[in-house]
Write a protein that binds this ligand. Structure first.
Ligand SMILES: [Zn+2]
Ligand SMILES: [Zn+2]
Ligand SMILES: [Zn+2]
Length: 400
């Protein structure tokens, strides 16, 4: 297959693109790289019927690389890369020094697994680059148990009965994490062996496995949001029994929860040596970590964020409570940056923010644009944030 792309600068900050392929195409992937000290990557998944697109609000002072990738039954093809600075009067030039798509793909830089009671939580960091999905697979010996694909915005996943995976304590499982882009490209999976075990027995149960990629849940008294990174090592909870401030009875750490033996009140350590009553938290606790952490609302944001893992808790219209990105029924949109949840509205799958239609194309959602214009303003903002907020410390999903 061959795909050709032409690029024209139509105004300051605006580029018109059109393309064509010489055989049957299932999806087009429009690839945009913002060059500079830190590169930013944005890809748009489009249906086979979209063959032109205009990108508005690019920075006039940056150089961009743009290409289109066509994916079909007979594999995928990449067009030439065009190099451009979107200022009126300048002409895009083919960039012959730009490499194939493989050198622009996002790679997993660190993968860790936290064994818990009948649960394994896997965490990963990625390098910047193009990516469609992170693939998480679990096997027991030679038997594959499940394969879960999650959006690249997700940086950890809990594997337990809530995800239809009844893991057995004391059994060794192999967790595989890989990446995929445009159907075919991707990274060989990273493999980690871990054994789930009840609270307090996790280390012993995993003694025989390589430890470099394993982490263990502890009752952490470290600050939830560490600003300067110079705080003293956390105090050990076992040395200082915790007493309920309602009834003065002892509070125990069991099943990764701090609960009073007398009145049953539940507490969350705030990381400064004292404890918050769960019932008094304004937004409650997160759904991503076990032990549970505090949910916070960032200024100007309508969604909530776990103070520990940085995971976004999204409120979906028509459902109560909060949803994590990995639990969204249709995943995230192709039209917005940052990407917003796709929802079903009068039989159609649309972006919950823009209302743009999306179509399921062999398991992935492509944008069916009402107007073929992409507002790139957000790319520059995303450059500073990173496409996803990567969690630096371990976290897993709670039951609430
Ligand atoms: Zn109590
Ligand atoms: Zn959390
Ligand atoms: Zn959208």
């Amino acid at each position: 297959m061959r795909v050709t792309l032409t690029a024209t600068i139509v105004a300051d900050g605006s580029v018109a693109l059109d393309w064509q392929a010489d055989s049957h195409v299932r999806t087009y992937h429009l690839l945009i790289v913002r060059t500079g000290a830190t590169r930013a990557y944005t890809a748009l998944k489009l249906g086979a019927d979209t063959v032109r697109y205009r990108i508005d609000n690019l920075s006039r002072h940056q150089r961009y690389l743009v290409a289109v990738m066509a994916a079909g039954k007979n594999g995928a093809a990449l067009s030439l890369w065009w190099s451009m600075t979107p200022q009126a009067g300048l002409t895009p030039l083919p960039d012959n020094s730009a490499a194939g798509v493989d050198s622009y793909l996002s790679c997993l830089s660190r993968v860790t697994v936290m064994p818990q009671d009948a649960r394994l939580t896997v965490f990963w960091d990625r390098t910047p680059g193009f990516i469609d999905t992170v693939e998480v697979g679990v096997a027991c010996g030679e038997t594959a148990l499940t394969q879960i694909d999650v959006e690249p915005e997700v940086s950890s996943l809990s594997l337990d009965h809530l995800r239809g995976l009844p893991l057995v304590n004391g059994k060794a499982y192999t967790v595989r994490v890989g990446t995929r882009f445009a159907g075919s490209a991707g990274q060989r999976p990273v493999e980690i062996i871990a054994t789930p075990a009840p609270q307090g027995h996790e280390r012993a149960a995993n003694e025989s496995h390589p430890q470099t990629s394993l982490i263990y849940a502890t009752l952490s008294l470290a600050p939830e949001v560490e600003i300067f990174g110079d705080t003293a090592p956390p105090a050990c909870a076992a040395e200082h029994p915790i007493v309920c401030f309602h009834c003065r009875r002892e509070v125990l750490w069991q099943s990764y929860q701090l609960r009073c033996q007398g009145c049953g009140a539940e507490f969350v350590p705030n990381g400064r040596g004292d404890f918050l009553t769960l019932g008094a938290l304004r937004f409650g606790t997160c759904r991503c970590c076990l032990p549970k952490k505090i949910l916070i609302q960032k200024p100007g944001s309508s969604s909530l964020t776990c103070a520990h893992s940085g995971k976004e808790h999204i409120r979906l219209p028509g459902s109560d409570g909060y949803t994590l990105i990995e639990d969204l029924p249709h995943g995230l949109c192709q039209c917005c940056r940052p990407r917003r949840p796709l929802v079903k509205r009068s039989g159609r799958i649309v972006c919950s923010q823009s209302g743009e239609s999306h179509r399921n194309e062999q398991g992935c959602y492509v944008l069916v644009p009402s107007a073929p214009v992409f507002d790139a303003r957000a790319i520059d903002d995303l450059l500073d944030q990173g496409l996803a907020e990567i969690c630096a410390t371990g976290a897993s999903r709670g039951r609430r």
